[in-house]
Design a protein around this ligand. Structure first.
Ligand SMILES: Nc1ncnc2c1ncn2[C@@H]1O[C@H](COP(=O)(O)OP(=O)(O)OP(=O)(O)O)[C@@H](O)[C@H]1O
Ligand SMILES: [Mg+2]
Length: 215
């Protein structure tokens, strides 16, 4: 089973992905692998350094798209696909929907082109479930000020950019309602984690039932 987390910066993806991994490691009957994007392989981590470093203000939009996609192409082939073939559960903090949302809806690159590049990068590995942690733009600003961490290159974009990314995510979730679950990220960490665990447990149950019916 392949589960991805998506959402705006500071929406709580990493917090929730970690909690789901803890939950699954106790309950699931298969190994659980936790991965973050961009990264997860030696090559992908090198590309992550370039993508997030504020020094590289000259990085063009097309280069950004290809570097994220290159990082993903390596991760899918080297880690995600082999793990899924072994029957593991893979939880990934961001995946190709981030490219559609940020480089497509956010930066304004052609969506059809991005979908083609995503398909190539992902080698047909589509998530079984994508959790979209949804927060308001105002909340991003509050959380960033509260955490007082320095913004990386991606996070330094403006409010209009995040508004486009936010609308993009909601459109994508509406287009693929079976794959996406949208959770209200404005609630407490525990409430959100409980909802996500329930959704995942139900999906696993359904997948198992479908498997039994086939055999
Ligand atoms: N439900 C919540 N309510 C309030 N604050 C939260 C909640 N979930 C996470 N936070 C806080 O918001 C900040 C960002 O959380 P987290 O790192 O999980 O988000 P993220 O989506 O992974 O961010 P990034 O896009 O930067 O990786 C952290 O300081 C975290 O403690
Ligand atoms: Mg994170």
């Amino acid at each position: 089973m392949f589960i991805t987390f998506e959402g705006l910066d500071s929406s709580g993806k990493t917090t929730q992905a970690r909690l789901l991994v803890d939950h699954l490691r106790v309950r699931a009957h298969a190994p659980v692998r936790f991965i973050r994007e961009p990264g997860g392989t030696v090559i992908s981590e090198r590309l992550r350094e370039i993508l997030l470093d504020k020094k590289y203000l000259e990085l063009s939009e097309a280069s950004e798209l290809f570097l994220f996609s290159a990082s993903r192409a390596q991760l899918v082939r080297q880690v995600i696909h082999p793990a899924l073939l072994r029957g593991e559960i893979v939880v990934c903090d961001r995946y190709y929907d981030s490219t559609t949302a940020y480089q497509g809806y956010g930066r304004g690159l052609d969506l059809a082109t991005i979908r083609g590049i995503n398909t190539l990068a992902a080698a047909g590995v589509v998530p079984d479930l994508t959790v979209l942690v949804d927060i308001t733009i105002e909340e991003i600003e509050k959380r960033k000020h509260a955490s007082k961490t320095e913004f990386d290159r991606m996070e330094s974009a403006g409010r209009e950019f995040f508004a486009r990314v936010h609308n993009g995510y909601l459109s994508m979730a509406a287009e693929e309602p079976k794959r996406f679950v949208v959770v209200d990220g404005m609630r407490s960490v525990d409430d959100i984690a409980q909802e996500i665990a329930d959704v995942v447990d139900n999906r696993q149950h359904l997948l198992k039932k479908e498997g039994q019916e086939e055999s």
